[in-house]
Design a protein around this ligand. Structure first.
Ligand code: PMT
Length: 405
């Protein structure tokens, strides 16, 4: 990457109130090294971590800290600043700032600037990993992405409070690289699925034994929902067939809720024709032959359940001929992950299978994290372990590649 990849760009850096604010000092230096003119605005919270004077010294311009600056506002300074910027970069973007941006608040200088500008906005979130994974924050991020806001990070790793997970501010060098025009052309992949319809299944299925009990599994739907969101952001029309989960619907995605494997099969086929099918759901392999009409009473020491196989939705999809361009399955295994996954790739006639180990901490079912390897007939790709949201982007990128292969 050229040193002056931001030459001539006017970047307004808005610093949010988190411990990662100290890294924003280095960010100013890196932005200027890359050729950008930099001005800095800080939230009140940010000023508890770093002083405006430090940013002033590094940026070479006065740091703006309040909407109520009578000298600056004599000439409507916030509007001028919003007009001046070629790009607004918010780093660190706290959960609170993301929520305010998503909902259009304008109760301080930074949020007002963001509402008043027509310049593209980039956010680099940083926060505790549970705050990042909270459905409210994820819904806010989805709203911002759908509005065209560029999101950089957060990264996985140790956090200030002694915990570990996705929440670290991306390194200043990586943020600057992601702002460069070269990186933006890479973002063109965002629309690589435009004009295509993608059907994604996610979550578990519940197979009813009687009116109060069911057979289910630990799938949370997080992986499938992240994949649906990623496909949508890349321009696809997305239908998400969701088993019983408690997740917010990604922006712009059509969601169909189902409970059992049979209902999921019906909903998947009702969503066709489509171009791509991604089976991330953990569909039950067996269902009771006949659910009891009334609650099963305990009587003997043991109880034998009479179960029958469910239809294999993925195999049926791969066998049908309604113009599908790519069929992608997942394999959740506790052992011999690669062997079983490759076996399913062949047996189910798939174009791609994504294998992940389940039954481990920090990955597989329920977790916000995962470790995955994708296999196709004559290749494989090991993804860097990390947040399911990032892995979903990596997978969609591979899907785009395989479509064009
Ligand atoms: O939901 P999360 O908590 O995020 O966890 C999901 C996950 C991270 C584990 C996810 O990545 C995953 O592996 N999902 C699929 C789990 C699974 O059911 O694997 P399987 O090996 O049992 O099934 C293989 C494939 O066949 C899957 O694509 C499944 O959707 C499909 N299948 C299975 C049975 C069936 N009757 N019909 C199907 O379509």
């Amino acid at each position: 990457m050229a040193d002056d990849n931001l030459k001539g760009q006017r970047v307004l850096l808005c610093v949010g109130g988190g411990i990662a604010a100290y890294k924003a000092l280095e960010l100013v230096r890196r932005l200027r090294e890359a050729g950008a003119q930099v001005q800095v605005a800080m939230t009140a919270g940010a000023q508890h971590f770093v002083t405006p004077l430090s940013f002033q010294a590094l940026s070479g311009s006065p740091t703006r800290t309040t909407l109520w600056d009578s000298a600056a506002e004599a000439s409507m300074g916030h509007i001028e600043l919003a007009r001046w910027a070629d790009r607004i970069l918010i780093a660190p973007a706290t959960a609170d700032l993301l929520a305010k941006l998503a909902h259009g608040f304008a109760d301080d200088l930074v949020t007002t600037l963001c509402l008043a500008t027509t310049a593209p906005i980039t956010v680099a979130p940083a926060m505790n990993h549970r705050m990042w994974g909270h459905p409210a924050t994820q819904a806010n991020i989805a709203t911002l992405r759908a509005r065209g806001v560029q999101v950089i990070g957060p990264e996985d790793g140790p956090l200030a409070e002694g915990e570990s997970g996705p929440g670290r501010l991306s390194e200043p060098g990586a943020i600057v690289a992601a702002l460069s025009p070269q990186a933006e052309s890479a973002v063109a992949i965002d629309q690589a699925l435009k004009g295509l319809k993608v059907v994604v299944s996610a979550g578990p299925t519940y197979e009813d034994l009687d009116p109060v009990r069911y057979l289910g599994n630990r799938s949370s739907g997080k992986m499938g929902f992240a994949v649906a969101d990623s496909a949508r952001r890349r321009g696809a029309e997305v239908v998400l067939i969701a088993g019983p989960v408690h997740l917010a619907t990604p922006a712009g995605v059509k969601r169909v809720d189902v409970r059992s494997a049979a209902q999921m099969r019906e909903a998947v086929f009702a969503a066709f024709p489509a171009d791509i099918y991604i089976g991330a759901a953990a569909v039950a392999d067996y269902t009771p032959r006949a659910p009891a009409a009334n609650k099963i009473k305990k009587s003997n020491e043991s109880l034998a359940l009479d179960l029958v196989r469910t239809p294999d939705i993925l195999s049926e999809v791969a066998a049908q001929t309604q113009g599908l361009k790519l069929v992608v399955g997942f394999a959740a295994e506790t052992e011999n992950v690669a062997g079983y996954a490759r076996g399913k790739l062949v047996a189910k006639h798939l174009d791609l299978i994504v294998a992940n180990r389940v039954g481990v901490a920090d990955g597989g079912f329920e977790s916000d994290q995962n470790a995955m390897t994708a296999y196709w007939q004559d290749g494989e790709r090991v993804f860097n372990p990390g947040a399911k949201t990032r892995l979903a982007d990596d997978l969609i990128e591979l899907i785009v590649e395989r479509l064009n292969a």
